[in-house]
Write a protein that binds this ligand. Structure first.
Ligand SMILES: NC(=O)c1ccc[n+]([C@@H]2O[C@H](COP(=O)([O-])OP(=O)(O)OC[C@H]3O[C@@H](n4cnc5c(N)ncnc54)[C@H](O)[C@@H]3O)[C@@H](O)[C@H]2O)c1
Length: 291
């Protein structure tokens, strides 16, 4: 049983779009906030296409796509999130930017609203420290593509109350997701493995060992992964990968977590991945993964 009724999602980028689908599809009123109207418009279009495709494929019952869309609302005003019981933040991976957002949210939201961050590498305790309500703050790390992946890594900060953690956990289950508890450590569980692993794939490309398609095929075929590391990186985006590497390497000094030079060159060339149409692979559309 969950006490949550209205969900806020801050950031209508790659992750925010998927998280909002998960919430709206599960029956929650979902309000998506982004500073840029074009991000909201693009996300709304992708969401509609994804939900309709899910219905066509029989993954959703008839009428479920329209119903989920009717629960999805976009806003460029922070005050639009004031009625939310929980707000999941998925904006840029930058502590100062996150502190600024949560500081402002703390002014507009009632005390009972729970704040959650989808950060991949920044400490939950540190983000919570700038939120004005560290006891009602929790880490909820969804996986890419969030609209298809069930896992949520749930991390309490040092000051998170038991009640907050339990409420967020019950909410994760009510969305049909699979929560897993993890401490507030760099990369939690998944990225502790994935960041160095994905960088290894990039370094194989840098060294000319194999073409991206060959590397992806080898990993998918041998390990049974649904996506190869370079396909996944194209979804993650090179800009986000650079931030992830910098945060993870800065905290752990793990050499394999250091940002490979090719990532910086791809950013300079605007080869960010699926969102710019070109990454390790080429893309002819801006559809969401799975649509
Ligand atoms: N991409 C991934 O694979 C992945 C996976 C799990 C978690 N995360 C985490 O999710 C977060 C978002 O990552 P993403 O890849 O979706 O980023 P993204 O760049 O695709 O999207 C970020 C969105 O946030 C908006 N935004 C930025 N600052 C804002 C502000 N102050 N107010 C309102 N909107 C703002 C931007 O306009 C953009 O639409 C990061 O913390 C990242 O670490 C990313």
């Amino acid at each position: 049983m969950t006490t949550i009724k209205t969900v806020g999602v801050a950031g209508a980028g790659t992750m925010g779009a998927g998280i909002a689908i998960v919430a709206a599809r599960a029956g929650f009123k979902t309000i998506v906030f982004d500073a840029r109207q074009e991000a909201l418009d693009r996300t709304r279009g992708q969401t509609e296409a994804f939900l309709k495709k899910s219905e066509e494929r029989g993954k959703l019952p008839a009428g479920a796509a329209v119903a989920a869309l009717s629960r999805w609302e976009g806003t460029t005003e922070l005050s639009g999130l004031a009625s939310c019981d929980i707000i999941i933040e998925a904006i840029f991976e930058d502590l100062a930017v996150k502190h600024q957002l949560f500081g402002q949210l703390n002014e507009v939201c009632p005390p009972a609203t729970i704040f959650a961050s989808n950060t991949s590498t920044i400490s939950i305790t540190e983000i919570a420290g700038g939120s004005g309500r560290p006891d009602r703050f929790v880490g909820m790390h969804f996986c890419l593509p969030a609209q298809l992946m069930k896992l949520i890594e749930m991390s309490p900060g040092l000051a998170t109350s038991d009640e907050t953690f339990k409420t967020a956990w019950a909410f994760a289950e009510a969305m049909g997701q699979k929560p897993v508890a993890t401490q507030d450590t760099p990369g939690f569980i998944l990225n502790y493995f994935l960041i160095p692993f994905n960088n290894d794939a990039i370094r194989l490309v840098e060294q000319g060992v194999a073409e991206p398609a060959g590397i992806d095929t080898a990993i998918k075929t041998a390990l049974g992964y649904p996506m190869g590391p370079l396909e996944l990186l194209d979804l993650v985006g090179m800009d986000t990968q650079k931030l992830l590497c910098e945060a993870m390497h800065g905290l752990t000094h793990e050499p394999r977590a250091a940002c490979p030079p090719l990532v910086r060159r791809m950013i300079a060339a605007k080869r960010l991945g699926k969102k710019t149409g070109q990454g390790f692979h080429a893309y002819g559309d801006t559809k969401m993964f799975g649509a």
